[in-house]
Design a protein around this ligand. Structure first.
Ligand code: COA
Length: 464
């Protein structure tokens, strides 16, 4: 049985901090954010929003747009790394909110859990729900997988330049209009690491940014190698001499902690794949330097990052490689469109990869390209750390969904925060009833109980 993504919807909070305002307040060059990281605006949650209501707003949108009733949904999974409860799963909150609209008990039959593995858990949730459908367990029902996060870093930290917030929900079924997942090729890698983590009770993560960047690249490359073996052994793809697996992916979507990380990751993977090909000699000639190698042959992340000479040379090599016509062609045709939404919204942790997919669909369609039959590769990464590489094929009915996509309309009207407003929100100085905007037809948080017996209970309403 086949399965995949039938539709995709996003919910982005109505507040943002502009890169120019951010840079001014932090004494940075705005070009570092805009061009260096690819960050123009970062979405910020209001005082009456949490990841559960972002997720519920996205779910309501996709259900209403597709005229779905709760009976049509057999599973609702929420993937997040912004959980606020160690036990009660976030999907139960989402169901509680949706039942305010659809009636109490309307989702009683619907199973699901909250999944966690930093930014990669949404991909595991998609995979598990796809297989639930493929196994014939779905009983003609669809699954909703919603990825929802608030990427919030300490004030003044280097991660603060890469914040964002929002939710992306995907409707999965056995006759997907958008993308059918390739069977039996999903590949993973896993390792016990501390590149980025958030200990119990801490609102913001502990981050080793450059370490995390490099670990991301290594883990995704390992998963790509495993994926390659699977596509060859299953006969899904035949890689001819002189070709690489990337030649068989029409589009590539990468996890995007910030937009430019997608380009860095693509450059790293393309280098890895092209190194064995005859074309590499020509590219090295064009670049005018040999590919640098770290001094320490063990090549641990610490030793690589500590090798200042290698790091400087590798940085120079990557810059020159990224400017080659061969790489530019790959970048423009396979990746660039997926980065647009991220520059406008920022980091969405679990949802970043899927915001990128959504962005790619809209902006490639706008170019007038026929997307039917195109293979889309996904490179998912979660700190801690695990990567997942998988793929799918765009379906003949995709136009029914993609023709109406309009990112700006879907984001809606937004308020540009002043620095003081941003600081107040970041430092949780506003109470829930002091929200900056008053939205309609959206779920918002109205109370978090503090009494001993009910501590942590959350109440939400649907603003009519
Ligand atoms: N004009 C243009 N570009 C500039 C610039 C300027 N004035 N100043 C710096 N840049 C460029 C740098 O060259 C670099 O680009 P490059 O990597 O292509 O060379 C980019 O801007 C970022 O600068 P850098 O000095 O590397 O930033 P940083 O070390 O201060 O912080 C992160 C970057 C990503 C490490 C940091 O924001 C972070 O920790 N983020 C959260 C963790 C994360 O997202 N990890 C990813 C794995 S999930």
């Amino acid at each position: 049985m086949t399965a995949g993504i039938d539709d995709i919807a996003i919910y982005i909070p109505r507040l943002y901090i502009d890169a120019i305002d951010f840079a001014k307040a932090r004494g940075l060059d705005p070009v570092k954010l805009q061009k260096g990281l690819g960050v123009s605006q970062m979405a910020i949650v209001d005082a009456n929003q949490d990841p559960a209501c972002l997720a519920a707003n996205a779910c309501l949108k996709i259900m209403q747009r597709n005229k779905l009733s709760p009976e049509d949904i057999g599973r609702l999974y929420v993937s997040t790394e912004s959980a606020f409860d160690e036990s009660k799963a976030m999907n139960s909150y989402v169901i509680g909110m949706l039942e305010q609209v659809y009636g109490q008990g309307a989702f009683e039959h619907c199973g699901g859990i909250e999944t966690k593995f930093a930014c990669v858990s949404g991909s595991y949730a998609l995979y598990d729900n796809t297989n639930w459908i493929r196994a014939g367990e779905a009983d003609d029902k669809a699954a909703l997988v919603v990825v929802s996060d608030i990427a919030k870093y300490d004030m003044g930290s280097s991660g603060e330049m890469t914040q964002g917030a929002g939710a992306v929900v995907m409707l999965l079924n056995d006759k997907p209009r958008l993308l059918e997942f390739d069977p039996k090729v999903t590949a993973t890698s896993i390792i016990d690491e501390y590149d980025f983590y958030r200990p119990f009770g801490k609102e913001t993560p502990i981050v080793h940014g450059q370490y995390s960047n490099l670990l991301y690249l290594i883990q995704v490359r390992k998963a790509l190698d495993a994926y390659k073996k699977k596509v060859v052994s299953t006969g899904l793809i035949k890689i001819e001499p002189g070709e690489t697996i990337l030649d068989h992916m029409d589009y590539i979507n990468m996890h995007l902690p910030y937009s430019n990380m997608g380009k860095k990751a693509l450059a790293y993977m393309v280098r890895h794949e092209w190194r064995q090909l005859p074309r590499w000699k020509r590219i090295l000639q064009e670049i005018g330097m040999d590919e640098p190698v770290p001094k320490d042959p063990r090549g641990t992340i610490e030793s690589v990052l500590g090798d200042a000479e290698f790091m400087a040379k590798d940085h120079e090599f990557t810059k020159l490689f990224s400017k080659t016509q061969e790489f530019q062609e790959v970048y423009e045709s396979k990746l660039a469109s997926s980065l647009i939404a991220s520059t406008m919204i920022g980091n969405l942790y679990t949802a970043s990869l899927y915001l990128g997919f959504r962005s790619s669909l809209e902006f490639e369609y706008q170019k007038g390209i026929d997307l039917e039959g195109k293979r889309v590769g996904f490179g998912s990464y979660g700190s801690g750390a695990s990567a997942m590489v998988f793929s799918g094929v765009i379906q003949p009915e995709y136009k029914q969904v993609v023709k109406d996509m309009n990112l700006e309309v879907e984001i809606g009207e937004r308020k540009r925060l002043t620095w003081d407003e941003y600081e107040n929100l970041h430092e949780n100085k506003l109470s829930i009833d002091e929200s900056m905007v008053h939205t309609k037809k959206e779920f918002v948080l109205i109370d978090v109980k503090t009494e001993t017996e009910s501590r942590g209970e959350r109440r939400y309403v649907f603003n009519e």
